[in-house]
Ligand binder design. Structure first.
Ligand SMILES: [Mg+2]
Length: 231
């Protein structure tokens, strides 16, 4: 079947991979600003990822407050506000594109392909999206915290197809393998492709980065070639 659309993961796929140390340091900085014990806060932060991604809290501020409450801690308004600022600034930095992301998105558009984003993310990300380098370059951005669906839920992929007006068999899915997203894409009938990331990037949130045996690429610039090869 002819490829009509490319569905992208966001973090470490379109964005430049972030080192594990930098990622964890940002969580510790948020904890410090909120006046919480960094180690215990980090543990809770990772434990409560689903609450952040599925949109039930409604805001990054509520997410941070939820982590503090889960630790039986109390953070005052000023401390939470400062913690939110640090988090949003980190999210803004992590939206920095891979070197070839913008050029590849433009090229795909020139080739007549439709594009979607399927991101498991917290509420700060859709807020930052319109001022990000990708705004206007992705036809259909879908955020887990807005849709109330989280990868690898099949309905999340199907919703992307509905928005694109393209069936799954005509879609290529590209991701770094977080949350078993490649298996999820393949399950609905998309052609799933791993984009490799450096080993120093920690495999957080159920990554299948090391176990994936399907197609794989090292750069986004390889996607146009893939499309030719697979059709
Ligand atoms: Mg990712």
């Amino acid at each position: 079947m002819r490829v009509q659309a490319v569905v992208f993961d966001l973090f470490n796929t379109l964005t430049a991979p972030v080192e594990d140390g930098e990622f964890k340091a940002s969580v510790r900085a948020i904890a410090a600003a909120a006046g919480m014990d960094p180690e215990a806060f980090t543990q809770r932060w990772f434990d409560l990822w689903r609450e952040r991604f599925d949109g039930r809290s409604g805001s990054i501020e509520a997410d941070l407050r939820g982590v503090c409450e889960a630790m039986d801690g109390e953070a005052d308004e000023t401390a939470i506000r400062r913690a939110v600022e640090i988090r949003v600034e980190f999210s803004r930095r992590t939206l920095r594109p891979r070197g070839d992301a913008v050029a590849t998105l433009r090229r795909l558009r020139r080739m007549g392909l439709r594009t979607a984003l399927l991101s498991n993310c917290s509420a700060d990300v859709p807020d930052l999206w319109p001022s990000s380098p990708y705004a206007g370059l992705i036809d259909e951005p879908l955020f887990s915290c807005v849709e109330g669906l989280v990868k690898p839920d099949s309905d999340f992929y199907r919703r992307a197809c509905e928005r694109l007006g393209v069936g799954p068999a005509a879609c290529i899915y590209v991701g770094d393998g977080g949350n078993h997203e490649l298996t999820g894409a393949a399950r609905v009938g998309m052609r799933a492709v791993l984009i490799r990331t450096p080993a120093t990037r920690a495999a957080t949130y159920d990554s299948e980065r090391s176990s994936w045996r399907g197609e794989a690429i090292d750069t986004l610039s390889e996607i146009p070639e893939l499309i030719g090869a697979g059709s």
